[in-house]
Design a protein around this ligand. Structure first.
Ligand SMILES: Cc1cc2nc3c(=O)[nH]c(=O)nc-3n(C[C@H](O)[C@H](O)[C@H](O)COP(=O)(O)OP(=O)(O)OC[C@H]3O[C@@H](n4cnc5c(N)ncnc54)[C@H](O)[C@@H]3O)c2cc1C
Length: 388
């Protein structure tokens, strides 16, 4: 380890952690990123869908080293079997190999000067006179007290670090989507289309996905909300679906996504919260990579400003929350409304909705066409008007 005192410690070494530490190092801060696992990017807890917006905004080349397929559209299936295809530009992107992608982000960060400690768990914060002055970490059974001006909590949905600073980052059970996913070979699927299956029987409170990875390989997964599913697990629904396919499983993973919108407060004296830890996820799709990255970049810039000004207090750091809300807040809010509508729809409503969209161009960025498209379905229209 080159230095024992850092400007910034980032807890968590995936998307939110690597992007925060990359930009903070780029700003000239001395940064340490701590990851509890022995390898960046494993175990995988993601389907790997990353939009073009991410690559453009982060100025990262979508290299074939980690991209599997180019995505040009999404097909939405109703319980009846009816489906519609959208090629809305906000959908285009890539399916990435998350293990390689996450490592690539960590490499970019290391190249900017970030120090990385693997197999290292942040156990607590060092708090002196009410001010956070670093992190107590454990590696190979040994305790390390590492000092810093600011800490970024990028430690995912089970974030404990922000809670140690007194922030309430817990999510209600109803605001968590439980997921199970199998990577399978022998899947007959188009290489440029993501498939989504809706239905209260097959995926209560969520949806099924098939994300193609090329050469008949795909990530097949399901996200459900526990409250809706009669105590059955996501794995139960996944096996029910995949057992009908003539395909072979080569990887299995489980995970959870916060889909209730952001936590109440994402900053306090000497600490910022980013990514899943802050609930910075699209509540409709469960996609968090692009949003986490945008917020992480803002967190890094805020940390840099704060250190330059010698102001790491909450009063100064609250600008982080203002900035990230301005960037992604409206999108999260809109998706949350759409998800609430979706949760109220019966399978019959879903069939009608998909029928109404069949063969039409759906612009996901605007709510006006949606009203027009569902005008013949009073039940859906009523729900839309209630919520929007
Ligand atoms: C099944 C599934 C499929 C998904 N598919 C997609 C998708 O296709 N597209 C998309 O955009 N999003 C998807 N998401 C969501 C996306 O994976 C997350 O939003 C995103 O990875 C969040 O990144 P993060 O860095 O905030 O958190 P995480 O990826 O959870 O990373 C947190 C890191 O912190 C580490 N950590 C935790 N505690 C400590 C500690 N005390 N000390 C040190 N390290 C610690 C963890 O080991 C972990 O590496 C999916 C999620 C799931 C569960």
């Amino acid at each position: 380890m080159k230095i024992v005192k850092y400007d910034l410690i980032v807890v968590g070494g995936r998307v939110a952690g690597s992007i925060s530490s990359f930009y903070a190092s780029k700003e000239g801060l001395k940064v340490l990123m701590i990851e509890k696992n022995p390898e960046i990017g494993t175990p995988v807890q993601c389907a790997g869908g990353v939009s073009d917006t991410f690559f453009k905004s982060m100025k990262i080349n979508p290299s074939p080293k980690f991209t599997c397929t180019r995505i040009r559209g999404a097909c939405i299936h109703a319980p009846s079997g009816a489906s519609f295809l959208t090629r809305d530009p906000i959908i285009t992107g890539y399916i990435v190999e998350r293990k390689v992608f996450d490592k690539h982000l960590a490499i970019l960060s290391a190249e900017q000067g970030t120090d990385i400690m693997l197999n290292t768990t942040a156990k607590d914060l060092i708090i002196k006179d009410g001010k956070i002055t670093g992190v107590i970490a454990k590696k190979d059974g040994q305790r390390f007290d590492i000092r810093s001006e600011i800490v970024i909590a990028a430690d995912g949905i089970q974030s404990k670090i922000a809670r140690k600073a007194g922030l309430d980052t817990r999510f209600k059970v109803d605001e968590i989507c439980s997921c199970a996913q199998s990577e399978m070979v022998g899947v007959n699927v188009k290489n440029d289309i993501m498939e989504f299956y809706l239905g209260n029987k097959i995926a209560p409170g969520g949806y099924f996905w098939i994300f193609p990875k090329g050469e008949e390989r795909a990530n097949i997964g399901v996200g459900i909300r526990r409250k809706e599913c009669n105590m059955k697990s996501a794995q139960y629904y996944l096996k029910k679906f995949t057992s009908k396919l003539n395909a072979t499983e080569i990887e299995f993973n489980i995970g959870a996504v916060p889909i209730g919108g952001p936590v109440k407060r994402t900053y306090t004296d000497g600490l910022l919260v980013v990514g899943d830890a802050a609930g910075q996820v699209d509540p409709l799709t469960g996609g968090g990579i692009h949003i986490a990255a945008e917020c992480a970049k803002i967190a890094a810039e805020t940390a840099s400003d704060a250190i330059e000004e010698g102001r790491t207090d909450a009063e100064f750091l609250k600008v982080y929350e203002k900035r990230w809300y301005k960037k992604v807040g409206a999108n999260i809010k809109r998706s949350l409304k759409y998800r609430k509508i979706l949760n109220k729809l019966t399978d019959e409503d879903l069939n009608n909705l998909v029928e109404s969209l069949k063969g039409k161009e759906l612009n996901l960025d605007s709510k006006i066409p949606l009203f027009r498209l569902v005008k013949d379905y009073p039940n859906i229209l009523k729900l839309l008007k209630e919520i929007l």
